[in-house]
Design a protein around this ligand. Structure first.
Ligand code: SF4
Length: 414
């Protein structure tokens, strides 16, 4: 306790509130055991994570997807996820520098019969058809499988340049050989433009995009989702927690009256703000699945409980999330790089660097942030300190202090 007698500090409140919320999630999962007998390892069907159709593929996928953060030693989490119906597994050749794919390969070596029940997705960070075959073969080998259900080109931001007729021909050939069932891309910046352009191509089966309680409010994102649905493209939401770009923004997200009210409101209903952020995305039936970075059993249980919950968010709940999104907008980069990057004279991938800063400060993953930042050409990195961001800050719809965050990212990651 701190401050006045009998009054928690905000930080103490948030800690207590978080624990209570997860507790309620665990209680929900406790009913799994009750429903099926305490010694059973089978999970009854009504306690399995539901599924939704994935675009026009004809495949139903679990609405919660196991995101690629696990290591080969995390086999229990794969096993438990599978048993609870989390059978959409997402990875990439770059996650953990191949370790996440190896972790999946270790699982399939032990449980080969589970392979055909998993919707397995991996990605390659290249759109060069001459490199894709080798990349895919390496991924298949690491994952102990002869095929993937979905193959994504990773980090697409310019569909015209990256999804060429040669890539289409490569995808068709890989499908004909039985190495991939479906093909698409993931997109972290200029998502809406990429989705709108992808919907016009006619040969994209799936798209994985940043999508959350902030981005889903934007008219352009609504149009992009509609266009993809009309084109029969399956959609997977990622970055659904909409983490902050830098730690000096964290105070606006965790200790304000708004954050406390938001947390209190959801806890009264039996779930955490984090679970509410998942639920609001699932309330859009056009989103087939949410890819979540599930790094431990507690997060798995909390997210599964949210997926099983039949309780709808009220209009007031959604309004509170909307207000929170508006109040904390300057802490979140919406990926609309075409707005800010063209206003700076020097070549600087602003939204990418803000994302690396987010990995560092919000995810606590300095290694990934360091690797990605230092993969930028040296002159691009030094340009960060020289550029004038006044116009970019003026036009940024989130009103981010772009210069300040980029300078901090440079200092942290150099
Ligand atoms: S910094 Fe602002 S304008 Fe640039 S991508 Fe992020 S939100 Fe969009």
């Amino acid at each position: 306790m701190s401050g006045k007698k009998g009054e928690y500090s905000r930080r103490e409140f948030m800690k207590t509130a978080g624990a209570a919320g997860l507790g309620s999630a665990l209680v929900s999962l406790g009913s799994l055991k009750q429903a099926h007998g305490s010694n059973s390892t089978q999970v009854p069907e009504q306690m399995m994570v539901p599924t939704r159709p994935f675009g026009k593929t004809g495949v139903d996928v679990s609405i919660l997807s196991l995101g690629g953060v696990l290591k080969p030693s995390d086999q229990l989490i794969f096993r438990q996820a599978f048993k609870m119906g989390v059978t959409y597994w997402d990875t990439a050749d770059s996650y953990g520098w191949g370790k996440n794919e190896k972790a999946i390969g270790k699982y399939f070596a032990r449980f080969p019969n589970d392979r055909e029940k998993v919707f397995l997705v991996t990605k390659a960070a290249t759109s060069d058809p001459n490199k894709l075959t080798e990349k895919l073969n390496e991924s298949l080998q690491r994952m102990n499988t002869s095929y993937v259900d979905m193959y994504f080109i990773h980090y697409v931001s310019d569909v015209k340049k990256e999804l060429t007729d040669d890539v289409k021909a490569w995808a068709e050939k890989a499908k004909a050989k039985g190495k991939i069932r479906f093909f698409g891309f993931s997109t972290h910046k200029n998502m809406e433009n990429s989705m709108l352009a992808g919907a016009k191509l006619g040969w994209i089966d799936g798209i994985m995009m940043s999508y959350n309680y902030r981005l889903m409010l934007k008219d352009k994102m609504k149009r992009a989702v509609d266009a993809c649905v009309k084109a029969g493209i399956g959609l997977t939401a990622m970055k659904t927690q909409a983490a902050f770009t830098a730690n000096f923004y964290s105070s606006i997200g965790s200790e304000t009256d708004d954050a406390v009210k938001l947390t209190e409101n959801f806890l009264k209903k039996g779930y955490t703000a984090e679970q509410a952020k998942l639920k609001v995305v699932w309330e859009n039936p056009n989103i087939a699945s949410i890819c979540s970075a599930i790094s431990n059993m507690t997060i798995l249980q909390a997210n599964v409980a949210a997926a099983l919950s039949k309780q709808k968010l009220s209009g007031g709940d959604k309004q509170r999330l909307k207000q929170y999104a508006q109040q904390t907008a300057p802490g979140y980069c919406a990926g609309c790089a075409s707005i800010c990057e063209s206003t700076v004279d020097l070549d600087i991938p602003i939204s990418d660097v803000l994302r690396y800063s987010m990995y560092h400060h919000s995810y606590g993953d300095r290694e990934t942030a360091l690797t990605l930042f230092n993969a930028l050409p040296a002159d691009v990195r030094t340009n960060i300190l020289k550029a004038d961001y006044s116009k970019a800050e003026k036009y940024c719809p989130q009103k981010i202090q772009i210069g300040k965050v980029l300078k901090k990212a440079y200092e942290d990651l150099t």
